[in-house]
Design a protein. Structure first.
Length: 242
């Protein structure tokens, strides 16, 4: 059996590898370009990311830098994250363009809607995390008590904040993945509907485990939309399978 046998899409293994290489190079170049742009506009991005901190601690939202390299590390971190966010439309499109050749003609027409929905849900997850983070800070400060002076290390603050936005953005892709599984025949809307109780338990447990801040409000900000998305995916799956 030839290692270059034709795949279901009519492409050989070598052609698939070449396609993957092309998509990877385009994605990497896009990420690099937007990363450099984010690095250059670092003050503006830092100001935006500091707002939840200032909302929670309006009288003292300053960062405490104790290491001479913290400023450089922070700027590189923001450059990478900004590049990831700004290049996400291209990244999602490249992933779907790589998957599309392996799909049937009927399935390919969903490529553009799926990319658009992926972007919308990712942006929604990032937005929810952004506006939830201020409440998370207030909760964590209340747990620590009034005797503590709040002056965060910017790298630790940004690591927690960016991680939270990234996790929320990726997790909000849940309905897109479910609908794709329904269209691929891996699960049916009826199966998902029968197991909704177990799904809700799983959503609650996962939300509690992966929420970086660990506060109940952020957990609910993740669990409630995911529960809604679960039933939304069932309804969309029924409509698309008719």
């Amino acid at each position: 059996m030839s290692r270059f046998r034709k795949a279901a899409s009519g492409m050989t293994l070598a052609e698939h590898l070449a396609e993957a290489r092309q998509r990877f190079l385009i994605s990497s170049a896009t990420l690099l370009i937007f990363g450099v742009v984010s690095f250059l506009i670092y003050p503006t991005i830092l100001h935006i990311l500091r707002q939840p901190y200032c909302a929670a601690t309006p009288k003292n939202c300053v960062f405490l830098v104790q290491n001479p390299l913290d400023g450089l590390t922070l700027r590189i971190k923001i450059g990478f994250f900004g590049g990831l966010i700004f290049s996400s439309p291209v990244l999602f499109w490249q992933v779907w363009r790589f998957i599309t050749p392996g799909l049937k003609g009927k399935e390919r027409k969903y490529a553009v809607p799926f990319v658009a929905c992926s972007l919308v849900f990712f942006a929604a997850g990032v937005t929810v995390a952004y506006f939830s983070f201020g409440h998370a800070i207030k909760f964590l400060q209340a747990i620590g008590g009034n005797s503590l002076l709040t002056e965060y290390n910017p790298n630790q603050y940004l690591t927690l904040f960016l991680l939270m936005m990234f996790i929320f953005g990726i997790t909000f892709e849940f309905p897109v993945v479910l609908v794709a599984m329904e269209l691929a025949g891996l699960v049916t809307p009826a199966q998902l509907l029968r197991t909704w109780r177990y799904a809700l338990i799983a959503i609650t447990v996962v939300s509690a485990v992966i929420t970086p801040s660990g506060d109940p409000l952020s957990m609910m900000a993740l669990a409630v939309p995911l529960t809604f998305f679960y039933f939304l995916a069932i309804g969309i799956g029924k409509l698309l399978r008719k």
